[in-house]
Design a protein around this ligand. Structure first.
Ligand SMILES: *[C@@H]1O[C@H](CO)[C@@H](O)[C@H](O)[C@H]1NC(C)=O
Ligand SMILES: *[C@@H]1O[C@H](CO)[C@@H](O)[C@H](O)[C@H]1NC(C)=O
Ligand SMILES: *[C@@H]1O[C@H](CO)[C@@H](O)[C@H](O)[C@H]1NC(C)=O
Ligand SMILES: *[C@@H]1O[C@H](CO)[C@@H](O)[C@H](O)[C@H]1NC(C)=O
Length: 504
């Protein structure tokens, strides 16, 4: 679904391949460029840390800056040379959304920056922002000391289970800018898995008549297809209970009760849609669409794909999923039911009543789409999915950070020149609502009823709380101006001791 470039850079976490020997030389040349005239970039608010920042001698070669891309956003009149631009440093190893070596000039809608993945620039004055890929963010590898003049930007498009540090307020408050699944984030990726509106309007791949015929041939009404079983949403515990009350065909590794036909591979978690597999699953009336983690606005292809295929998703994941559905009769939300049994009764009723079932597919007629929020969000988002006329969201977020940083630097300069007429730039800090996710809870039943040796219980709630400790530990490292992130464990320990003694 995503553009090839993005898949290569993001999904598979592979860095573009380059000749290492040559790279070494170029890196050195490039970083030595990062010294600059003080008047250009030093901020009025810069403190001792920043003044002491590493400043290599300049042995300049224009070579690394020779390729200047010709694209400029319509409002971009930035005529500065590359060596005058603020630097954005991609911290996450292997994630750098450009192909030409380890640095590139980016010309965004309003301004330009240099993007790089070369960590040597970490402490440079000119390095304005450090960008992190959420899944790869580790408190014990954070760039320290944290410099006052640098912002941190979080790009997090994946499941909360990949990094619970980012599900807590103290974790999110480490960052200044966010591009996350939450609609509240600065650069929302909420509908990332919905490529375009017409994706929803494709006619159902298998007609209701055919589905009904297949039901007569002992095909279950409900499909479950998961091979990632030990997950924080604990979906298997729920499905196991549901299976007591309604027939579910389960082909994946989790709760498997049917083999996949030999010619099909389980591609349920792949980004590419394999046609014969899709036709196979489209025969079911209902798809269990259960995310691996629960978080407001966390919705994946598990939800959008059945809508596309004309199968009704039985969904759990984002508690506010209804806000994004084409109309109020498009998905069946698990948490609207008092129990798996009550849900099963409802599904059986729809299974036996074609008219009621059809109501769930009415949104395929564009006139039956009533959700203005969905339509507005799709129309106004500036990035595309496999759309060559728009930036992908990774480059889009990078440009968002670039424009923000240039605006902040310009405001700081103006304030230095005219303190009475220009206000200093406002600090901007991310909030819990930018991705905060709740404590994982059992897929069925109450946590206090689980046996102490329950595998889920021993894994996910602990992971969630330990991640909070790490977020607070990193906050403490930053507050103490530590430069060695491996001191994290020591800070976590002393915080625990202080707490045990009743101190804040
Ligand atoms: C913070 O740490 C850096 C590097 O260890 C040091 O150069 C700087 O003086 C410290 N700043 C403060 C305010 O303690
Ligand atoms: C569902 O949408 C229809 C049409 O917009 C509306 O009349 C109805 O009140 C809605 N029902 C609920 C339960 O929100
Ligand atoms: C700015 O304001 C301060 C206090 O209001 C005043 O003392 C100072 O003269 C002003 N400076 C300029 C350049 O206007
Ligand atoms: C960035 O966020 C930190 C908190 O993590 C805050 O102290 C700092 O002032 C923010 N910087 C800017 C420029 O907003």
């Amino acid at each position: 679904m995503l553009s090839d470039a993005l898949q290569m850079a993001g999904r598979s976490k592979m860095a573009p391949c380059v000749c290492l020997g040559l790279l070494g030389v170029l890196c050195w040349v490039w970083v030595s460029f990062a010294s600059f005239p003080d008047d250009q970039l030093s901020l009025g608010t810069m403190d001792a840390v920043d003044r002491a920042a590493f400043q290599p001698q300049s042995a300049l070669s224009e070579m690394e800056f020779a390729s200047v891309s010709s694209y400029r956003g319509p409002g971009n009149l930035d005529g500065r040379s590359n060596k005058e631009l603020p630097i954005l440093l991609w911290w996450s190893a292997g994630l750098f959304p450009h192909f030409s070596g380890d640095s590139e000039r980016i010309d965004c809608a309003r301004s330009s920056c240099l993007a790089t993945s070369n960590r040597k620039v970490q402490l440079y004055k000119r390095t304005a922002s450090i960008i992190f890929y959420g899944t790869d963010f580790r408190a014990y590898e954070a760039p320290l000391p944290r410099l006052q003049h640098q912002t941190w930007a979080l790009f997090h498009e994946e499941s909360p289970m990949n990094n619970y540090l980012l599900s807590h307020g103290p974790g999110l408050r480490l960052f200044n800018y966010t591009g996350t699944l939450s609609r509240e984030s600065d650069y929302p990726l909420t509908l990332q898995w919905l490529p375009f509106l017409d994706y929803l309007f494709t006619p159902a791949s298998v007609s209701l008549e055919e589905k009904t015929r297949l039901r007569g041939e002992a095909l279950a009404p409900v499909l479950y297809m998961q091979s990632h079983c030990d997950v924080p949403s604990d979906r298997d515990r729920f499905v196991k209970e549901l299976m007591k009350y309604i027939q579910v065909d389960s082909y994946g590794k989790c709760l498997n009760n049917k083999p996949l036909p030999g010619n099909l591979e389980d591609t349920s978690t792949a980004t590419e849609e394999e046609q014969s597999f899709m036709t196979f699953v489209a025969r079911y009336k209902f798809h269990l669409a259960l995310e691996n983690g629960l978080c407001p606005d966390y919705m994946t292809e598990k939800l959008w794909r059945p809508l596309h295929q004309g199968c009704v998703p039985v969904y759990r994941g984002s508690s506010v999923v209804a806000d994004w559905m084409p109309n109020n009769h498009s998905a069946i939300v698990v948490d609207d039911f008092s129990s798996p049994q009550a849900l099963a009764e409802f599904l059986k009723r729809l299974d036996e009543n074609d008219d009621e079932y059809r109501e769930y597919l009415e949104f395929k007629n564009p006139k039956r789409v009533t959700n203005a929020r969905l339509l507005d969000a799709l129309e106004s988002r500036e990035w595309g999915v496999n759309d060559m006329t728009k930036p992908n969201y990774l480059n889009g977020f990078e440009c968002y950070v670039c424009d923000q940083e240039n605006a902040r630097l310009a405001a700081a300069r103006a304030h230095r020149k005219g303190p009475n007429t220009s206000k200093p730039p406002q600090a901007k800090v991310a909030k819990n609502s930018h991705m905060g996710c709740p404590l994982p809870s059992p897929g069925y039943g109450h946590v206090q009823d689980l046996p102490a040796d329950d595998g889920w219980l021993q894994t996910w709630p602990q992971d969630y709380w330990q991640s909070l400790d790490q977020a607070e530990g990193l906050e403490s490292l930053i507050r103490h101006n530590e430069s060695d992130p491996s001191l994290l464990w020591k800070h976590i320990q002393s915080m625990a001791v202080r707490r045990a003694r009743g101190k804040p």
